[in-house]
Design a protein. Structure first.
Length: 368
């Protein structure tokens, strides 16, 4: 089977390519991305994956439709679109170009190359932040421009005559290789507070729902649904943990021996009135210590950062049901997040020399 993966050098893409090769699922994988593997912060295993003879890389700006002429005349069994703009707090015009237009360009190419199935990766955040368990047929209530653009893609795929497709609404994906996601952001900030020997103060409720899925399970779900999914259907891809904020904080704080506390309702309310000011304050507090931590361990360059956007401080509280996925016969290898799975991410960072190892060893040896 041949696979074409748009956005394939990103966190999910690199793991998906590795999964397809390790399990001998594909004899040919074409990866299209504007970021080449040499600049994508790959670990050694992922580097070896992209050096495999079965993998081809094509550099391409997918926002420009005619750029896909590089692939003209080629055919693929499956086309997967992971290409999207993941940066926060950008303008609607930017998301229209880098989310909506990119996805539609990829979908139209999938039709032209005769793909058996096109997979669009969307987000479970289209359901809104009400915290109620949402099935695929439930009402959507997107809040941010990124989510609105993803939902517009979902709606307009049906207008491409002859395109066979499925839509995956993802929870927060975590695992080895995640350098910019929610879980990684939490662990980098916790490391800073461990270094400062201060208590982390959180403005959210401990019960705030955070739907997760391990990247290995996401890869398995993709392959499963290519064989068992139905054309035009939507599938929520979230694990069985029904995880909340406090679960993640306990694991992360235990790893770094840090303490955390939730602000009282009044302080929380006042903070919510000016999240931009809060973000500026915490970034001023976090960035200098992080730089010092890296300097202490001779880390000159790293993609990891404790920087927080104001939109990241808003309530997440998204819960999606995985009943449809489970009923299709899929089984999770990692049904919920664990401390050991988070440690795997950190170990990979340390091995890549992009995370200061001394903060881990010092906490382990002192227990402080």
């Amino acid at each position: 089977m041949s696979y074409l993966i748009f956005g394939g050098t990103g966190f999910i893409g690199r793991n998906l390519v590795q999964y397809l090769l390790d399990n001998n699922i594909s004899s040919r994988v074409c990866v299209v991305d504007k970021i080449p593997p040499s600049m994508a912060w790959l670990n050694d295993k992922h580097k070896a994956t992209f050096e495999d003879d079965r993998v081809e890389f094509v550099s391409c700006n997918l926002a420009v439709a005619n750029s896909l002429s590089k692939l003209e005349g080629q055919t693929f069994d499956y086309v997967l679109n992971l290409a999207t703009e993941t940066k926060l707090s950008l303008s609607r015009e930017v998301y229209d170009e880098r989310v909506y237009r990119v996805s539609m360009n990829c979908a139209n190419f999938a039709k032209e190359c005769g793909a058996k199935m096109f997979v669009e990766f969307s987000t479970a955040q289209v359901y809104g932040t009400h915290g109620k368990l949402s099935k695929e047929t439930d009402k959507v209530n997107p809040k941010y421009d990124f989510e609105i653009c993803k939902l517009n893609v979902e709606k307009d795929l049906a207008s491409i005559e002859g395109l066979n497709y499925i839509i995956l609404r993802l929870g927060i994906v975590y695992g080895v290789g995640d350098k910019y996601g929610y879980v990684t952001s939490q662990l980098v900030v916790a490391a800073v507070y461990s270094y400062l020997k201060e208590v982390m103060q959180l403005i959210w409720k401990p019960s705030m729902s955070i739907n997760l899925v391990h990247v290995e399970d996401l890869c398995g779900a993709v392959v499963h649904l290519l064989a068992n999914g139905k054309h035009g259907e939507i599938y929520n891809i979230v694990d069985e943990g029904d995880t909340n904020l406090d679960t993640i904080c306990k694991y992360v704080s235990n790893i770094f021996s840090t303490k955390y506390e939730y602000l009282n309702k009044m302080t929380n309310f006042l903070a919510s009135l000016s999240l931009k000011d809060v973000a500026e304050g915490v970034n001023e507090k976090h960035l200098a210590p992080w730089s010092q931590m890296c300097n202490n361990d001779n880390i000159a360059n790293t993609p990891l950062s404790p920087f927080i956007y104001s939109s990241q401080l808003e309530t997440l509280n998204v819960r999606a049901s995985n009943e449809k996925l489970v009923n299709s016969g899929f089984q999770f290898k990692h049904p919920q997040i664990t401390e050991s799975l988070i440690k795997e991410v950190i170990t990979d960072f340390v091995d890549m020399k992009i995370f200061p190892p001394s903060i881990i060893s010092s906490r382990s040896s002192t227990g402080s």
